[in-house]
Design a protein around this ligand. Structure first.
Ligand SMILES: Cc1cc2nc3c(=O)[nH]c(=O)nc-3n(C[C@H](O)[C@H](O)[C@H](O)COP(=O)(O)OP(=O)(O)OC[C@H]3O[C@@H](n4cnc5c(N)ncnc54)[C@H](O)[C@@H]3O)c2cc1C
Length: 465
């Protein structure tokens, strides 16, 4: 005789930051809840791996936070007693084929290319600041892609290539793959283009976590009731009747609940069979949003050799395969590394190469840009992560909307579908695409569920699909 599992208040699908935060808040409200996670670990796109020499960890997924406008992440940093590393910004940056420039400055492009790029950048910042995050709309910018906007603003080739660095580094997509409006909204959600791109105080890349960002996910998971997170449990079906949800896993295990909180990236909803099926705007969203292709290759060295060349470790390349590098060392642990990030088309092409060729290309690019083959070719360890090849991510860091999707279906991003509530970083109003957005969305989803169940308990009325 098989025993039917008890009916829970909520089932959270996905143990990334958004799902874990949602589960945490649901349990805190005194409701019963489990988290079903497909992978054999918690954290989703936070994943921290130890270095072989025991000196520190590397983040192959999310790495940076800040301590001002990312208040949720900083609160978690304090709560879990995590030590931070301030992003090193001393020394010059390098632009491939162009030359050195100070941190936060503009590369020494020829002629008026630098000035043209600055003007376009400033106009984009101005447009960002006009966006109302609760109701994103601006002229006809959702009908054009970001490349068209840059050209429309008078951007010449260098300005366009710089814009390409932004979309590749921030989203793993080409400027032509994102709606101009959606990109402006994305930047505004992090305070604007300049703040989002900044490695300084208040910027998107200001602090790292000594023990790695997966510590946030592990901390949240540990704060749940013991046994709440079930790993290796991919969900394949969500069935609903009024007031009841049935969640079925790949192995055929069946869970029952009043509510479901789905925290997987929007394009992955397609991997789950919904009964009744997703329809209308929700279906259009899962079909139209696309995950970018951002990979990481982290080169660990015995010493931070680039610093003796008065270099910060920050480089950018229009050519690829990587778009940018940053110094991701943890000096106090004796860990020194450069993190390179291939993105978009270059990353897709690079990803088709055999492993030894991928490494050879990145090492050659580092050697060329830094002008120091002797040191560049002597890493003591290399970490590589291609998120687009991960079954339960299929890309990163955030689902991207093409033209017209935000205007037509954006309203449905956070809308519940019967008893299913949707969280995930892309559903956040602030810092969407970032860990901060993931945590904020988890809080919002939990609040929806707690409120709905509270109301239901009060009124005795059952939920309607
Ligand atoms: C290379 C890279 C660099 C980044 N850099 C930064 C950074 O510096 N700063 C920053 O703030 N953010 C950064 N991000 C983004 C950040 O990692 C994400 O915004 C955040 O972690 C997303 O959390 P989430 O909960 O929304 O989604 P996810 O982390 O994707 O969580 C979803 C979870 O659902 C699980 N899942 C999927 N399908 C199923 C299924 N069918 N059944 C059960 N479980 C399922 C997944 O395994 C995963 O654990 C980066 C991301 C990457 C990959």
């Amino acid at each position: 005789m098989s025993l039917k599992s008890p009916r829970l208040d909520a089932i959270v699908i996905g143990a990334g930051l958004s799902g874990l935060q949602a589960a945490h808040d649901v349990q805190k409200a005194g409701l019963s809840c489990v988290v079903l996670e497909a992978r054999d670990r918690v954290g989703g796109k936070t994943w921290s791996l130890p270095c072989a020499n025991g000196k520190g960890v590397v983040d192959v997924g999310a790495a940076w936070i800040n301590d001002t406008n990312q208040s949720k992440m900083f609160a978690l940093t304090k709560r879990f007693g995590l030590e931070t590393i301030t992003q090193r910004t001393e020394g010059n940056c390098l632009a491939h084929d162009v030359g050195a420039f100070p941190y936060g400055g503009i590369p020494p492009f020829l002629g008026d290319d630098g000035e043209n790029m600055r003007q376009v950048r400033d106009k984009i910042e101005e447009l960002c600041q006009k966006i109302d995050l609760r109701k994103p709309a601006l002229e006809n910018y959702d009908t054009m892609n970001f490349e068209e906007l840059v050209r429309h603003l008078g951007g010449k080739e260098v300005a366009f290539q710089t814009a390409r660095v932004w979309t590749k580094a921030m989203l793993g997509c080409e400027p032509s793959e994102t709606s101009a409006l959606w990109f402006l909204d994305y930047c505004k959600s992090g305070g604007g283009l300049m703040q989002t791109r900044s490695d300084m105080k208040h910027g998107g890349q200001y602090l790292r976590i000594k023990k790695g960002t997966q510590s946030f996910s592990k901390g949240l998971a540990a704060a749940l009731h013991p046994g709440s997170v079930l790993l290796n449990t991919p969900v394949t079906n969500i069935q609903q009747t009024p007031g009841d949800c049935t969640v079925i896993t790949k192995s055929g295990t069946v869970f029952y609940s009043k509510k479901v909180i789905l925290s997987i990236p929007t394009p992955l909803y397609k991997d789950i069979t919904f009964t009744p099926p997703l329809s209308g705007a929700k279906l259009a969203l899962t079909n139209s949003t696309k995950l970018g292709c951002t990979s990481k290759m982290i080169l660990c060295y015995e010493k931070p050799w680039w610093r003796s060349q008065d270099l910060s470790g920050m480089t950018q390349s229009f050519r690829g395969p990587y778009t940018i590098t940053r110094d991701t060392s943890n000096d106090s642990a004796g860990h020194y590394s450069l993190t390179s990030m291939p993105g978009a088309d270059a990353a897709r092409a690079w990803g088709t190469l055999p492993a030894h060729e991928r490494r050879a290309q990145i090492l050659a690019q580092v050697a060329e840009i830094f002008g120091n083959a002797e040191e560049a070719y002597r890493p003591i360890e290399i970490f590589e992560m291609e998120w687009s090849k991960e079954e339960f991510s299929k890309g990163c860091p955030c689902p991207v909307m093409p033209p017209n999707a935000l205007s037509n279906w954006g309203f449905a991003l956070r809308e519940p579908f019967g008893g299913v509530h949707f969280v995930g970083t892309e559903t956040a109003y602030e810092w969407k695409g970032y860990m901060e957005g993931a945590v904020r969305s988890g809080e919002r989803g939990a609040e929806e569920v707690v409120l709905a169940l509270g109301k239901l308990a009060d009124s005795g009325i059952s939920a309607k699909l």
